[in-house]
Structures are given as structure tokens and as C-alpha cells.
Design a protein around this ligand. Structure first.
Ligand code: NAP
Ligand code: F7E
Length: 326
């Protein structure tokens, strides 16, 4: 049996990746940061809370990472932990740099010191392309990050490449475009929309305040994307891969899909609120997943329509349950 360690196990991707690795027969360990509230709701939602082993630790505390690697005896480490909300990265730029950027070096150092044969996955992002330099972004497109988050992730990406080249570590960087699910944090635009649509439909709200709805994103389903992470670590050689659908859609059209699903007109409820504009915007992202298709045999399985409908239905179900509980 193989052991895996996931940092960020309580996040959206951490939950789906745990589920996938359990299905593949792994013993799954997760790094869990100390918080004053319960962070296990996603593992709970998937019914796997008791199937994973949690080890306390923090990306900014290298001794806790060394401890987690020793306890887990992991042969694969998936680094998903991050301050991952772009908006917050302007109000907490230094925390974002320390967790999302330097945190990657902390875990790579822990691997280098303990056992450089451990395979490593870094959760890189399409935000590194930012102000896009090519209309479709691939592994060869130059980067131009537009937020403190994007800048921190670019550091994480290059330090991963550097440890691969300097120390021969099997370290891969997945450049993942936006991926969503019913487990997405409520601050991200898709979930903000699907939650609001459910509340409006059930008479609990009558408006949805958004920022730049002309922004375009290449959105996929998180459940599909975690499979690509695992596939990268099963390759003979480490590498960088773009994971995307190859389709881009405006926030406005994504809203339409969500409202249409419950027979409402988005125009009657969406209010543009400049409070949600960003100091520097990433206007459009569109990924080219050809390399992942050819080398990993990975393909996205879920359309944006199916994804948004899945999320609206999950939010409707959640809110109805809460109402029944009173
Ligand atoms: P998420 O839901 O925000 O999860 C982030 C995880 O990081 C949570 O488990 C969080 O723990 C943990 N974390 C935050 N600060 C930490 C710290 N100082 N020490 C230890 N753990 C810490 O993010 P996600 O959507 O699953 O994304 C997973 C990774 O992929 C992230 O690195 C993200 O930046 C990257 N990414 C995401 C997307 C996307 O579209 N989802 C696309 C490209 C890349 P708590 O629960 O305790 O806060
Ligand atoms: O914004 C616009 C916003 O916050 C998408 C993270 O997982 O994916 C995510 O980052 C777009 C932006 O995701 C609102 O301005 C309009 O153009 O859902 P988001 P993101 O910033 O693309 C990447 C790949 C990551 O790596 C990140 O970790 O939607 N938008 N109005 C809004 N966005 C939000 N959040 N809220 C609004 O009201």
C-alpha cells in the first residue's frame, strides 16, 4: 500500500483528491492547520472524514512539515495548501507570500532533507498567466501574474522546477485553470452565484451583488482535475502540465446558466457592485490541455452546464435541509 500526504486536505481539492487516492488504495494522510472552528465539512460531505489520518501542521512551520512527512511515511506529497483567494491576496499580501509562496520551499526542503525520492505535486495556477501573452495558454506561454496571489504562486512554480533540476526530485507542477464543485468556498464567484440562486429561488434573498461579470474563465469540475494531479505523479518523469477544458465563458453567461436552471432571469437579480472589482483584473483565461491529453491521457468529463447545475442543486438541497432543521 502506498502512503500519500496532502497539504490543504480540508480544502475543495484536498477532499476530492483524498477520495480519489482512497479509491486507488492509498493510505491518506492530511496536514491540518489549527483553526478555532471545524474545517472538516468537506471530508464529511464526501463521507471520508474517518478514512483519512490528520496531522497538525502549518505551511509556515517547517518543523511541522518534517514531522508530518515522518509520521505519514509518504511516498507522494501533494501540496495543495494555500491562501487561495485572489481578492484576499491584496489585503494580506505578506501572509499570501509566506503560505502560498515560501510554504512551497518549506515542504520541498523537508522532502530534500528527509527523502528526496518522495514524489511531489505542486498546485500551480492559471493565475500565473494573468495578463495573457497568448490567446490560448499552454506550458510554453510566458507568465504575467496580476495579483499578490499570482506572484506567490509563480514563485512556488519556479521553486518546484528548480528543485527538480537542482536535486533531481520528482516534482511536478500542475497549472490548473479554475475548477469548481459543490465543495467550492463561498467566496469564489461560481459558488457565490449558485448559493445566491438557491436562496433567491427559496425566497431567502432577492439580489446578487457581483463585480466584473465580463471576466472570462476556463471552468472545469474539481473532481475531474484531481485525477490529473495523481496521474502526474504516476509518470516516469516529472513535468509541468496545463489542466483546463479549452473553453472560456464570461461570469455573466455562467450566471445565466445558474438562474436559467431554476427558471429565473439573471438580469432581474444581479446588481453590479464596484466593491467586488479587483485592483488589477485577469480579464480572460483559456487553457490548452493538449499536453495533458497526449501524455497523461487526461480529459475533462464535465461540461460547465452540468457543473453549474450540480452546484445549484447541491445548494438548494443544503438550504432545504437547514430549513427543515429549523
Ligand atoms: P481551498 O479550498 O482554498 O483550500 C486551501 C487549503 O489550504 C485548505 O485546506 C486550508 O486549510 C489550507 N491552508 C491554508 N493556509 C494554510 C497554512 N498556513 N498551513 C496549512 N494549510 C493551510 O483551495 P482549493 O480550491 O482546494 O485549491 C487547492 C490548491 O490549488 C490551492 O493551492 C490553490 O491555490 C490551487 N489552485 C486552485 C484552483 C481552483 O480553481 N480551485 C486552480 C488552480 C490552483 P483551512 O481549511 O484550515 O483554511
Ligand atoms: O473569480 C470575477 C472576478 O474569485 C473569477 C482561485 O481558485 O481560480 C480562482 O481564482 C472571476 C474574476 O476566481 C465577483 O473578478 C466578478 O475575474 O471565482 P474567482 P479567480 O480569481 O479566477 C484560480 C485559477 C486560482 O488559482 C485561485 O486560487 O470572477 N468576479 N464578481 C467575482 N469574483 C468573486 N470572487 N466575487 C464576485 O462577486
Amino acid at each position: 500500500m502506498k502512503n500519500a500526504l496532502i497539504t490543504g486536505i480540508t480544502g475543495q481539492d484536498g477532499a476530492y483528491l483524498s477520495q480519489h487516492l482512497l479509491k486507488e488504495g492509498y493510505k491518506v494522510y492530511g496536514l491540518i492547520a489549527r483553526r478555532s472552528t471545524d474545517t472538516l465539512w468537506r471530508l464529511n460531505y464526501l463521507g471520508i472524514e474517518n478514512e483519512v489520518e490528520l496531522i497538525e501542521g502549518d505551511m509556515t512551520d517547517i518543523s511541522s512539515l518534517i514531522r508530518a512527512i515522518k509520521i505519514s511515511k509518504a511516498s507522494e506529497v501533494y501540496n495543495l495548501a494555500a491562501q487561495s483567494f485572489v481578492g484576499t491576496s491584496w489585503s494580506q499580501p505578506i501572509l499570501t507570500a509566506e503560505v502560498t509562496g515560501v510554504g512551497v520551499t518549506n515542504i520541498l526542503e523537508a522532502i530534500r532533507l528527509l527523502d528526496p525520492s518522495i514524489k511531489f505535486y505542486q498546485a500551480s495556477t492559471s493565475e500565473m498567466f494573468g495578463l495573457i501573452q497568448e490567446s490560448m495558454q499552454s506550458e510554453n506561454t510566458p507568465f504575467y501574474p496580476r495579483s499578490p496571489y499570482g506572484v506567490a504562486k509563480l514563485y512556488g512554480h519556479w521553486i518546484t522546477v528548480n528543485y527538480r533540476e537542482s536535486f533531481n526530485i520528482h516534482a511536478s507542477s500542475g497549472i490548473l485553470f479554475n475548477h469548481e464543485s459543490p465543495l467550492r468556498g463561498i467566496e469564489f464567484v461560481t459558488r457565490k452565484v449558485t448559493d445566491a440562486v438557491a436562496k433567491i429561488k427559496l425566497g431567502l434573498s432577492d439580489e446578487l451583488r457581483l463585480g466584473n461579470i465580463d471576466a472570462k474563465r476556463d471552468w472545469g469540475f474539481a473532481g475531474d482535475y484531481v485525477e490529473a494531479m495523481w496521474m502526474m505523479l504516476q509518470q516516469d518523469k516529472p513535468d509541468d502540465y496545463v489542466i483546463a477544458t479549452g473553453k472560456t465563458t464570461t461570469v455573466r453567461d455562467m450566471c445565466k446558466i445558474a438562474f436559467d436552471h431554476v427558471n429565473l432571469n439573471y438580469d432581474d437579480y444581479v446588481i453590479i457592485d464596484p466593491k467586488f472589482y479587483r485592483p488589477a483584473e485577469v480579464d480572460v483565461l483559456l487553457g490548452n490541455p493538449t499536453k495533458a491529453k497526449e501524455k497523461l491521457k487526461w480529459e475533462p468529463k464535465t461540461s460547465l452546464e452540468d457543473l453549474i447545475i450540480m452546484m445549484v442543486d447541491a445548494d438548494l438541497g443544503r438550504i432545504k435541509k437547514q430549513q427543515q432543521r429549523g
